[in-house]
Design a protein around this ligand. Structure first.
Ligand code: G1P
Length: 292
């Protein structure tokens, strides 16, 4: 029987230079979309997909993330004593239970592949998910849940994917596709950040992965790739012929919150998706667009 996906790795060691000065003293993963930090969206998505163990690959200056996923006794006590049950719930309901979170540090910024490799002992010999908090997905069914459902049929390696404009392919891992039923794409090659004239397609990897633990052996051996970094894409490319390997077209809208405009769009879209804010925000956006 196929082992279930119980563990998720969250690489959160990046410097967040694209959001300076906001990220000078605060991790970029703590930037809020409406009223929730980016990393909490990713963690809640993992929890909704049945993930039991959360593994954060952090770096210097990231202790706010550890505090966020712990209880805040002073705040809980204060809100409880004032009868603010809803607020109390908003800071406690998603806090992982004791022993459900592990942290390890990526000591040098050597890339996404290296960050994932740093989690090898914490993951062990079982399939696992990787979630990049920068990629925020607004959907009816949480994206990773859609993927674990599909993975139950396929096993192997599964990567969330979407078509991107040709001029943007150099920002992504791009897949070469053998067969495609519109939902699952059978992958026959992958290349990290190709130039538009070298890209095998416009089908891009988005930051949700279900991986086979063999990837750690390949990460150990791959040379530095695009941008001089150890690339997850390069290690995965070595597994294509030996494992079922799929791109999964998810239902939902993805926002690139590693980019300022994408981050702003996410704020507007997530606010519009909220009952309590939709009316006011929609009026504001409508009025604004009349002035443009
Ligand atoms: C990473 C991956 C890339 C993927 C992208 C999705 O790139 O290396 O393959 O397409 O995430 O967001 P990064 O955005 O960290 O440069």
């Amino acid at each position: 029987m196929r082992k279930p996906v119980r563990k998720a790795v969250f690489p959160v060691g990046g410097m967040g230079t694209r959001f300076l000065p906001a990220t000078k003293a605060m991790p970029k993963e703590m930037l809020p979309v409406v009223d929730k930090p980016l990393i909490q969206y990713a963690v809640e998505e993992a929890q909704a997909a049945g993930i039991e163990q959360l593994i954060f690959v952090t770096g210097r200056g990231k202790s706010a993330i550890e505090d966020h996923f712990d209880h805040s006794f002073e705040l809980s006590h204060l809100l409880g004593s004032r009868g603010k049950e809803e607020m109390l719930n908003s800071i406690t309901s998603w806090v992982p239970g004791p022993g459900r979170v592990s942290y390890t540090r990526q000591q040098e910024p050597l890339g996404l592949g290296h960050a994932v490799w740093c989690a090898r002992d914490l993951v062990g010999d079982e399939p696992f998910a990787v979630l990049l908090a920068d990629d925020l997905i607004l959907s009816r069914t949480p994206c990773l849940k859609q993927m674990t459902n599909a993975y139950a049929e396929t096993g192997g390696v599964m990567i969330a994917t979407m078509d991107v404009p040709k001029e943007h392919v150099s920002r992504y891992g791009i897949m070469k596709v053998k067969r495609d039923d519109g939902r699952l794409a059978e992958v026959s090659g992958m290349v990290e950040k190709p130039s538009p004239d070298k890209a095998p397609s416009t089908l891009a990897a988005i930051g949700r992965y279900i991986l086979h633990p063999e990837v750690f052996d390949h990460l150990e051996k791959v040379e530095r790739g695009a941008g001089g970094e150890i690339q997850l894409t390069d290690a995965l490319a070595r597994m294509i012929s030996t494992h079922p390997f799929h791109g999964f077209r998810f239902e939902g809208e993805r926002f690139d919150c590693g980019d300022k405009v994408g981050f702003l769009q996410a704020n507007v879209a997530f606010a519009l998706a909220r009952e309590d804010m939709r009316g006011e925000v929609a009026d504001f956006v409508r009025n604004l667009s009349n002035t443009l």
